[in-house]
Design a protein around this ligand. Structure first.
Ligand code: PMP
Length: 415
């Protein structure tokens, strides 16, 4: 699809997006091109727009804040916007879930929170090795890339990445769970050559790696294994968090409590860059200045983040509606999957996917969907999965319309 993308002379080749249109406006689940064509968005800024585009819930307080002359950039200084965010996050997210975490603003993006998590785990444990899983994606900077289990992405670093091991994840969905059995044996055996790692980092649903969803039982066993060997468990909830799987944190239903949690993408509620690293109070070991970043005080993002939490997470109403949206999506995806031999539904909640036997099908379906006014991406090591990630706030009429388009696109490609 890339050959149809007319880039500007100065744009780099590294961007993969293949939609030729220029998008000028957006609202809710709709994006409008400069020449007025509307597209339904089942992509949501790769998970950064869980509450849709330009949601008035976050935009109105943002405009008010900007007009009032509020502080925009503040490093780690105290500001009312930061205080309100922290109070709200503690009151609506941490306390009701019985979670006791310190909250760090590690910088603006997902990779910043992963880097902080990896560094902190090394500092806390005094060990250097980090384990991660095949097809996991954790970011593009050196540390986060070194735990990303995708050889194509790793090639971007030019030379091999060190200090980490990517564990084969083939049994991820299998009841045998042989990957964890393998890992336990390797840790037990002092001659295995596998040093006890500082941490294991995992996504509960692999957003870029093909929408593989870890089973709750598998996550609990991973947590037990980490406890047994005093390895820190890092859940990278950058893409699966903030409600994407139906609960605020993607690991809630599994009943695990990670040592470190990485959040970014939709935490600001608006698409403004923001990231959080959550870690246990006993791991608050960094002295002032040992880890920081210039953009750790993005006050407009604090304002929109607070507004989103207050509006959507103060009671159960949103989560109940979300459950209905998830059920509606999955029943239609199952229908589509059943109509195509070798196809199946992947993922959890509104981080879902359709796997096709022929890897090229997914890319062609995404192109057909685009031609009919629907934005969907592909995911997986061979782009073999059509990734379905509508805003959590999408109306049922829009969801059905998008799924009608998707069904047509699938029929067009897989006859
Ligand atoms: N972790 C996960 C699970 C992600 O999906 C991503 C981004 N796709 C990142 C980390 C990196 O985030 P960013 O691109 O904001 O650095």
């Amino acid at each position: 699809m890339n050959d149809v993308f007319e880039t500007l002379e100065s744009e780099v080749r590294a961007y993969p997006r293949s939609w030729p249109a220029e998008f000028a406006k957006s609202s809710g689940a709709i994006q409008t091109t400069t020449d007025g064509k509307e597209y339904l968005d089942f992509f949501s800024g790769a998970g950064a727009l869980n509450y849709g585009h330009n949601n008035p819930v976050v935009i109105a307080p943002l405009i008010e804040y900007l007009q009032s002359g509020g502080v925009l950039h503040s490093l780690d200084m105290k500001t009312p916007a930061k205080r309100r965010f922290l109070e709200t996050f503690e009151r609506l997210i941490l306390r009701p879930r019985g979670l006791d975490y310190k909250v760090m603003f590690p910088g603006p993006t997902g990779t910043n929170t992963v880097e902080a998590a990896l560094k902190l785990a090394r500092k806390v444990t005094g060990r250097h090795h980090i384990l991660s899983f095949t097809n996991g994606f954790h970011g593009m900077t050196l540390g986060s890339l070194s735990v990303t289990g995708n050889s194509m992405k790793r090639r971007g670093a030019g030379v091999p990445l060190t200090n980490t091991s990517v564990i084969p994840y083939d049994e991820y969905l299998d009841s045998a769970m042989s990957d964890l059995v393998w890992l336990e044996r390797a840790l037990q055996d002092s001659g295995s050559g596998i040093d006890t790692p500082a941490a294991v980092i995992v996504e509960t649903v692999q957003g870029e790696g093909g929408l593989r969803a870890a089973r709750a039982e598998w996550l609990r066993r991973l947590e037990q294994l980490c406890h047994r060997y005093e390895i820190l468990l890092i859940v990278d909830d950058v893409q699966a968090g903030c409600g994407r799987t139906g609960t605020f944190f993607s690991f809630e239903d599994a009943g695990i409590v990670p040592d470190i949690v990485c959040l970014s993408k939709s935490i600001s509620g608006s698409g403004l860059p923001m990231a959080l690293t959550l870690f246990k109070p006993e791991h608050d070991v960094w002295s002032p200045g040992e880890h920081n970043g210039t953009f750790r005080g993005n006050n407009p993002a604090f304002v929109t983040a607070t507004a989103a939490l207050e509006h959507y997470w103060a009671d159960d109403e949103f989560q109940n509606e979300l459950r209905d949206t998830i059920a509606a999506l999955h029943s239609r995806l199952e229908e589509i999957a059943q109509s195509v031999e070798g196809s199946c539904v992947r993922g959890r909640g509104l981080l879902a996917g359709l796997l096709f036997e022929d890897a090229e099908h997914a890319t062609r379906i995404a192109a057909e969907a685009y031609a009919r006014g629907l934005l969907v991406e592909t995911s997986g090591p061979s782009d073999e999965v059509v990734k379905i990630m509508p805003p959590l706030t999408i109306s049922s009429a829009e969801l059905e319309r998008g799924l009608d388009i998707l069904t047509e696109a699938v029929r067009q490609v897989v006859r």
